[in-house]
Design a protein around this ligand. Structure first.
Ligand code: ATP
Length: 228
């Protein structure tokens, strides 16, 4: 069943248009990679979904028009965003950060710390004292605590040590296998991205130029639009 439907989405920053026609469809439980070179509109698409930028076109979650909602209600509809540059409450502990985000549902403190054991060890530490990778895990944990139907990760592994990146990819594989959450991923690690994603959508200058199953994405297409 279609969870997220985006058709012919356009968006502008003031007078400068950034999206010219994005199409993207996601089903429950599916992992989709949102790909394209720098500046092609990936983050802007995410901002449009989260209503952080004005956009036009079709934008529905489970049939409900997201355009009708203000940004703070989008989370309540089931969209969990881990934005570029992790954001947690620096002065709160790991545990407090997680509890502050909680909404009723499958995810609990115990389930999040089972997914990210490092967070279990650091429950009473303040977020500010965590490593970059641990803060990113906490940011993902916080998004999960809201019990999203759609989880969006924008460059979640950017700038992290290889070992921590692996832990985050492993957690995403587990989410894919063990839960029904739909995941939209933006990431520069194309190999890992390809291995966890069911589908890919490629943007070029604010437009969807290719979408399909990840295993149908040929090297010709990815060379042309993604540069690898
Ligand atoms: P990156 O990987 O570099 O983040 P991206 O695919 O996420 O790339 P966007 O950040 O969505 O790309 O940018 C799409 C276009 O919108 C670019 O031309 C960019 O310069 C422009 N843009 C992004 N943010 C703003 C802003 N705050 N104000 C004006 N233009 C912006």
């Amino acid at each position: 069943m279609t969870l997220l439907r985006i058709e012919n989405l356009t968006a502008t920053y003031g007078v400068s248009q950034a999206l010219f026609g994005v199409d993207l469809e996601m089903s429950e439980g599916q992992v989709t990679a949102l790909m394209g070179r720098n500046g092609m509109g990936k983050t802007t698409t995410v901002k449009a979904i989260c209503r952080m930028i004005r956009s036009e076109g079709t934008l529905t979650l489970d049939g409900q028009d997201l355009h009708a909602l203000p940004s703070h209600k989008v989370a309540r509809q089931g969209v969990g965003l881990v934005p570029e540059g992790r954001r947690c409450f620096a002065d709160l502990t790991v545990r407090e950060n997680l509890i502050a985000a909680a909404r009723p549902g499958y995810w609990s403190l115990g389930r999040v710390t089972d997914l990210f054991p490092r967070l279990a060890e650091r429950q009473t530490q303040r977020a500010v004292s965590l490593s970059g990778g641990e803060q990113q895990m906490l940011a993902i944990g916080r998004a999960l605590m809201t019990n999203p139907r759609l989880l969006i990760l924008d460059e979640a592994t950017e700038g992290l040590a290889p070992i921590v990146r692996q832990e985050i990819w492993a957690a995403l594989h587990r989410l894919r296998q063990e839960t029904n959450v739909a995941i939209l991923l933006i990431d520069k690690s194309i190999k890992e991205l390809a291995s966890v994603s069911d589908r890919a959508v490629i943007l070029e200058r604010g437009r969807t130029v290719w979408s399909g199953k990840m295993d149908e994405l040929t090297s010709d297409i990815s060379e042309k639009y993604v540069g690898v």
